[in-house]
Design a protein around this ligand. Structure first.
Ligand code: GYE
Length: 308
């Protein structure tokens, strides 16, 4: 064989599969781990990845999806910033016969067959787990009311909607647990800090518990609490979601009480799914990841095992 003359097409070898992936942004530690997992898995799997970062804006995602359609990729995968507003562009993908896989976040569309499958966590269940931890905590606490404030994720996003819903469903069973304030911190540290500062400044009611929809906002809030001269994890009990390394470090330092795990390492499963979908194999409509709950007591022991 003469080097340079060999064309794999002549040998009948398949062209590498091309995936267009539209990511939410780079808003959190979770997202960074998710992006790394997807890029890594594509490389290992020999899949050509066209990656676009939407910087938390739906309009950027719609543009990215349209550009993937124009480029005739084999498969589109994306993690939708918000739940609604996808019907039109998903119909365009269908008209171009490009299958769509949802990762991480769900959409609400009029016709569910506009996407093939959805791989990601059960966010309602994560909210319930956070609520159950607080129910247990409240059992041990003196009989007074517990005043809770909430830092929500991105407005209109599946994890913000569902984590609120699951948490509220559980705490409703104990009238001692009262949610007094709830505002979006857009899943970032900077916003989490800013909103917590505003909560603390209100000073109308002592804050007993903070429920943050992700670790990054909790970590931002921890700073705000310390700057206000209070002890996070003690004066204010803090519950968050994701289970990133930063949360484990905060728990080891006694500043965070519990994190509910949400697994970002979806890359390998996504690549396998993409291959199956393109090959026309049947796949499950919904693939849920398995996750745990990590209270501060186990943080030091678990930290070395954390992969994100
Ligand atoms: O919890 C948060 C990120 O969609 C599950 O998005 C994801 C969430 C995650 O910004 O940290």
């Amino acid at each position: 064989l003469v080097a340079g003359l060999f064309n794999p097409m002549w040998a009948g070898a398949a062209q590498p599969l091309v995936m267009g992936f539209s990511q939410v942004g780079a808003e959190s530690e979770w997202r960074t781990a998710n992006t790394a997992s997807i890029k890594d898995a594509a490389k290992k799997d020999g899949i050509t990845l066209k990656f676009a970062d939407a910087q938390q804006k739906q309009e950027n995602q719609v543009k990215a999806l349209r550009s993937f359609i124009a480029q005739k990729v084999d498969v589109i995968a994306f993690s939708p910033v918000v739940e609604s507003g996808w019907d039109t562009v998903l119909r365009e993908a269908r008209a171009a016969k490009i299958p769509v896989i949802l990762t991480d976040r769900a959409v609400s569309v009029s016709d569910p067959s506009l996407y093939v499958t959805f791989i990601g966590s059960d966010f309602v269940e994560e909210g319930r787990k956070a609520g159950r931890w607080l129910l247990d905590f409240a059992k041990k606490a003196p009989n007074a009311e517990l005043n809770i404030v909430e830092l929500q994720g991105t407005v209109g996003s599946a994890p913000a909607i569902d984590r609120k819903k699951g948490f509220e469903e559980i705490i409703a069973s104990n009238p001692k647990l009262k949610l007094s304030r709830s505002q979006s911190g857009d899943f970032t540290r900077a916003k989490g800090k800013e909103v917590m500062e505003a909560f603390l400044k209100a000073k109308d009611k002592k804050i007993d518990v903070l429920y943050a929809h992700n670790d990054d906002m909790a970590i931002g809030a921890i700073q705000a609490i310390e700057e206000a001269g209070l002890k996070p994890g003690k004066d204010i009990i803090i519950i968050s979601i994701d289970g990133v390394k930063g949360a484990f470090e905060a728990m080891v330092a006694g500043k965070l009480n519990v994190t509910v795990e949400c697994n970002p390492l979806l890359g390998p499963q996504l690549m396998q799914l993409a291959r199956d979908v393109v090959a026309g194999k049947p796949v499950a409509r919904r693939i849920t990841t398995t996750e745990g709950v990590f209270p501060a007591e186990v943080a030091a022991k678990e930290l070395p095992n954390r992969r994100y």
